[in-house]
Design a protein around this ligand. Structure first.
Ligand SMILES: Cc1cc2nc3c(=O)[nH]c(=O)nc-3n(C[C@H](O)[C@H](O)[C@H](O)COP(=O)(O)O)c2cc1C
Length: 264
């Protein structure tokens, strides 16, 4: 692996020092810094320059407290001084196309008119998440830490009603921002898998048994199973039980399926 510090500059320092932080100081984030973070998000690349997302700030303590529950009971959410929701948002284009009589144009020119479909949703998702990460890095540059909340994809109906989301808008990402509590614990950068387990060239290198063994050896060095789970025999079983196969995952699957009905 290369040593990123060999190439040191402020941008790389920001990227390589970023970590998820869940322990926020009470200090509010000044409005001009909030605006900077949002402006940073909006400078992200965006498909066709369409900005297929919307950014929704959660300012209300009542809503933050509700989200701390609906997002798989994560109390720290309620302590974040600045929460942004990045909505995959095709609704505005749908409405705009209507305003521009696109259906009439399609029938006049004998073109097929397509309602928003899954591919539009995925493109909106990509746009929204890239914007979210630009917000994260902009915040980092100002000493503000953050944490994504994937669980915002759960309880679609509740969140739809809470935020009055239209049919073609869905929260792709939620990010909690805040100044970290001082002093910040050191050595908190999380380890990543080795490059050869992630990187492919030209074609996908299949996960052969030896590659899986290598992955297992790698992951076993960083993820320890708490001793109280003696019924779990390895890291894969532990991660499945508490991530992919956990109750929150089932709820997320149900919720996303429900939302997808809008896009067919
Ligand atoms: C899509 C996504 C969803 C995440 N959801 C949560 C979450 O719900 N709660 C949480 O505490 N951290 C969440 N995280 C943060 C990850 O746990 C974190 O990025 C990961 O453990 C690596 O740590 P690092 O960000 O400090 O490098 C999420 C991160 C991403 C990218």
């Amino acid at each position: 692996m290369i040593d990123p510090y060999h190439f040191a500059n402020p941008i790389l320092t920001t990227i390589f020092n970023r970590r998820s932080v869940r322990n926020f100081d009470e200090m509010p984030i000044p409005q001009n810094i909030k605006d900077l973070i949002i402006t940073g998000a909006m400078r992200a690349p965006t498909a066709g320059n369409m900005m297929l997302y919307s950014i929704l700030e959660v300012d209300s303590q009542e809503i933050k407290t509700a989200l701390a529950k609906t997002c798989d009971n994560q109390p720290f959410i309620a302590t974040s001084p600045f929460i942004l929701l990045f909505l995959a948002d095709y609704q505005k284009w749908y409405d705009y196309f209507e305003f521009c009589n696109v259906k009439e144009m399609c029938s006049r020119l004998e073109l097929q008119y397509n309602d928003p479909k899954e591919s539009n949703l995925l493109m909106c998702f990509v746009d929204a998440v890239i914007a979210a990460q630009n917000a994260v890095i902009t915040a980092e540059s100002q000493g503000i830490r953050s944490c994504y909340i994937g669980d915002i994809m759960e309880h679609y109906e509740t969140h739809r009603d809470l935020f009055q989301l239209p049919k073609y808008a869905f929260p792709a990402a939620m990010v909690c921002f805040g100044y970290p509590k001082h002093p910040e614990p050191l050595g908190q950068i999380t380890k990543r898998f080795e490059k050869n387990l992630i990187f492919h060239k030209n074609s996908y290198a299949p996960w052969s048994l030896s590659r899986i063994r290598e992955f297992h050896a790698d992951i076993t060095t960083t993820r320890k199973i708490p001793t109280k789970y003696s019924e779990l025999k390895n890291v894969g079983q532990y991660i499945y039980k508490f991530k992919s196969g956990a109750e929150f995952s089932k709820e997320m699957n149900r919720s996303v399926k429900e939302m997808l009905k809008n896009w067919r």
